[in-house]
Design a protein around this ligand. Sequence first.
Ligand code: ATP
Length: 336
Amino acid sequence: MNIGEKDIGGTGPSGTRTAGTGCNVIDATGLRRSYGTTGRRAKSQKSFEAVRGIDFSVGQGELFALLGTNGAGKTSTVELLEGLAAPSAGRVRVLGHDPFTERRKVRPRIGVMLQEGGFPTELTPAETLRMWAGCTSGARPVDEALSSVGLMRRRDVRVKQLSGGERRRLDLALALLGRPEVLFLDEPTTGLDTEARHETWKLVRELRDSGTTIVLTTHYLEEAEELADRLAIMHNGQIAAAGQVMDVVAAHPSHISFELPAGFHLGDLPALEGLGVTGHDIAGRTVRLRTDELQRTATGVLVWARDKGIELRGLDVRSASLEEAFLEIAKGLEKA
Ligand SMILES: Nc1ncnc2c1ncn2[C@@H]1O[C@H](COP(=O)(O)OP(=O)(O)OP(=O)(O)O)[C@@H](O)[C@H]1O
């Protein structure tokens, strides 16, 4: 594939780095987006900066997830990548081109699954895809697109009779119709039941494995954990953390909690610092320890309990999850 520009690779200011094949399909540098700065009323309007100078790149065949709280700036960012708006500052390249000014070169090579598809509800899925195929060069056969998202059974019912989850699948079928090299998925499994969500994940993995580059926004951290090669967590228009899931998670402490048996106090435990504990709290009789050295701390606590001949009820030993990392990042930034 002719990407058109050289890999800029390396580590950006926000710590993002491509893990892919050396070809960056997407490059964003110092990207900013403001609302209320264009149009006739611009001078009287107060502008709002939704994307505040972000850098990231996505390698060919990589699945990159953009996470963040409501209003963090994910959709505003993805729209810049899709060429639906121009950045107010910074630079974006998709497949080596500016997706806004060179839209005609980029659009046929990307697939976009928006949050709200907005189909004509009187058409059937087959008719919807046929209509769309008429505007798409090199479109897949309609039935192939329908069966790839598990909608063959519903090909001839009206869209208005589809469930919310089935409409999401039709959205996905439309995004896949032109065999895109780059696929943008905006909350693709919202409204899907567990089985349909797992089917969508399987399909997304297959697409990624066949070389499609995928940018995913999601509110489901489990989805990012399942699918993402790398991710970025946005907050207030900036990238607060980025990297592989395990890197983002590793930057946050693991936890051990248990109930103190009757007659024991926190001070009866061995010196917490010596066990590698970085912080603790106690609620009622439940002790919660934070640590960056889970095995050492857990061993210390268990050996202490064995030596005292006590059972630690409610014992829970867990590595940090993406959810905990996410919540800590959001909490930390709110305080900042
Ligand atoms: N057209 C617009 N005009 C003015 N402000 C906007 C516009 N679109 C979005 N915003 C604001 O920009 C910020 C980022 O919005 P954006 O939709 O990009 O966030 P998001 O991370 O996608 O949120 P969500 O997870 O809720 O979809 C929000 O504060 C939002 O209110």
